[in-house]
Design a protein. Structure first.
Length: 199
């Protein structure tokens, strides 16, 4: 689906009017709980094992970030080659989470939920699935990073128990060879690192 204001792919949904938005047209505002409508969705989560599911994840990643390669924690990952879970509503994949294992932690490399299903618990369900797996595997931490402009992601991860513990200045600008403009027209420069301690 496309942004209401331009031809770019939508990655967000307005919490008030429900229009779909790209990062450039998303604005950061304060809203009261009554104005932000949340819906509960009956969805299932399972492992992405088939090539078909991995291809669907590739479509998500290209739509959200324009590329399949993600740079996080000083490593490059091709998202479609990573272990992943998908969230399914009826017969459609509506979200995914891809992970990588490092030392005592699991990194959430990419998490995406289609705009029309944001705010319905899918993202929290996917993170919980990875957290449960990490605990079963006796990992000590979950790690995730986001760009300095992505305040919705920063708010989301903190709401599910993550804390900021580090910043890598200019790493995203160096990756792209320039400073891109992000959500709310903020310059995208830095990688913010978050962790959630387990156990």
């Amino acid at each position: 689906m496309k942004c209401h204001y331009c031809c770019r792919d939508a990655v967000f949904k307005c919490g008030l009017c429900r229009r779909f938005l790209c990062g450039e047209h998303a604005q950061l505002r304060i809203a009261c709980p009554e104005c932000v409508k949340k819906t509960k969705l009956e969805y299932t989560i399972d492992r992405a094992t088939s090539e078909e599911k991995k291809n669907e994840i590739g479509g998500f990643v290209r739509g959200f970030w324009g590329e399949e390669e993600q740079l996080t924690f000083d490593r490059k990952f091709k998202v479609t080659e990573l272990p992943a879970y998908v969230a399914r509503f009826k017969d459609s994949v509506v979200g995914f989470i891809s992970t990588a294992e490092v030392d005592d932690a699991i990194i959430i490399v990419a998490l995406g939920v289609l705009p029309q299903y944001q705010g319905s618990g899918v993202g929290k369900g996917l993170v919980k699935k990875v957290e449960d797996e990490a605990i079963r595997r006796r990992k000590k931490r979950l790690l995730v990073s986001t760009s300095n402009d992505d305040l919705p992601a920063l708010a989301f991860y903190q709401s599910v128990g993550f804390q900021i513990y580090g910043v890598k200045p200019n790493v995203i600008a160096k990756k792209h060879g320039k400073i891109l403009m992000g959500i709310g027209n903020l310059p995208i420069r830095d990688e913010l690192r978050l962790q959630k301690r387990l156990g």
